[in-house]
Design a protein around this ligand. Structure first.
Ligand code: ATP
Ligand code: FE2
Length: 336
């Protein structure tokens, strides 16, 4: 069975393909284009949506060519149904409905966060990990229990990727800020910044305000980038370690856009080794938003019999990971 996945929750419009055969899944890949806001400003939802509408046909054609498949061979169309920016989500949902009607194939509505988790599991082979999901819109420590992904810790304010991007903008760096901060941090030294862990939850806004203040007062950009990473990542590692102890899981999976950060992967790996646990990182190609992860999660849901009628395909702007009914996941969990 061949699934076409469409991603359009925020800055990225992506199309990707996954094929299943006798219970095995082949990632065929795809293509994506990213909306980059003007320097100094954050993402503007309507402009990002206009970008997605402009590039969708071209992205589809390039994705088909890269994956080496024909549109006529697609059996199911999956799309990011939420959470995300409504104007962006609507472009993806409309494109999905049009393709499904044209090909006369069913739709699968995918929770974007679950797709980040599932593609992490597929690309690493890990079965039942504690999940550290870090991206521009989310920061959650998650574990699967009794038919649902449960959240053990999360941010109380902004997500870690958003925090890094906000600081990067204040420092005059081009979006996305995470990779720029990672590169600059390589030459930095530690200065103390606020470390805010509250029980199992985290807070990043005070840290970003203080880092920005220090920079304006003349601290070196490299030092602040280094310290920002060390502080945010140590906070995350602390909560992850406690969640490991609490859940008794033996594996940790790092996934989401910020999973591309080598220093974060290293810190989590050190903590895991000290506890006799193992750490895994999603394949870098599928760390940031992409259509392939949507295709995979959609295929799992579809194969488990989750039917989505066109009238149920409205976008879901706010759709928490632990709100997703995933009876289908327990089946998938057992099979893998
Ligand atoms: P979600 O809806 O899952 O929150 P998203 O819209 O944030 O998705 P992703 O592509 O999952 O999109 O994540 C993007 C984030 O990842 C951005 O904040 C970006 O700065 C961050 N990022 C990308 N590469 C790195 C890196 N090397 N180090 C740190 N952060 C990174
Ligand atoms: Fe994402």
């Amino acid at each position: 069975m061949l699934c076409l996945g469409i991603e359009s929750t925020a800055h990225t419009f992506g199309v990707g393909f996954v094929r299943s055969r006798n219970g095995a899944y082949d990632i065929l890949g795809g293509h994506k284009e990213m909306y980059v806001p003007p320097k100094g400003s954050g993402i503007h939802p309507r402009e990002a949506a206009a970008h997605h509408a402009d590039v969708c046909d071209e992205v589809l054609q390039t994705a088909l060519a890269k994956a080496g498949v024909r549109l006529e061979d697609v059996n199911v169309i999956a799309f990011s149904q939420g959470p995300g920016l409504p104007p962006c989500l609507r472009v993806g949902a409309t494109f999905a409905r049009a393709l499904a009607a044209r090909l006369d194939v069913p739709l699968a509505g995918v929770n974007h966060c679950i797709a980040h988790i599932e593609v992490g599991k597929l690309t690493t082979g890990v079965r039942d990990p504690l999940i550290v999901y870090v991206s521009g819109g989310n920061t959650q420590i998650i574990a699967y229990a009794e038919g649902r992904y449960r959240i053990f810790g999360e941010t109380e304010d902004i997500a870690i990727g958003n925090a890094l991007d906000t600081f990067a903008r204040a420092a005059g760096l081009q979006e996305p800020g995470g990779p720029k901060i990672e590169a600059l941090a390589k030459n930095g030294h530690y200065v103390e910044l606020p470390y805010v862990v509250k029980g199992m939850d985290l807070s990043f806004t005070g840290l970003i305000t203080e880092a920005t203040k220090r920079l304006k007062r003349g601290a070196s950009l490299e030092d602040i980038c280094f310290s920002l990473q060390e502080t945010c990542f140590a906070m995350l590692t602390e909560v992850t370690e406690r969640a490991l102890a609490h859940t008794g899981k033996r594996d940790v999976l790092l996934t989401g856009g910020v999973a591309a950060n080598g220093r974060l992967a290293e810190m989590l790996d050190t903590m895991c080794r000290e506890r006799g646990a193992r750490s895994y990182v999603v394949d870098r190609t599928y760390a940031g938003d992409n259509g392939t992860m949507i295709a995979y999660a959609g295929l799992l849901a579809h194969e488990a019999g989750a039917l989505l009628m066109p009238q149920q395909s409205k976008i879901i702007q706010l759709w928490r990971t632990d709100d997703v009914e995933c009876g289908w996941l327990s089946t998938a969990q057992e099979q893998h």
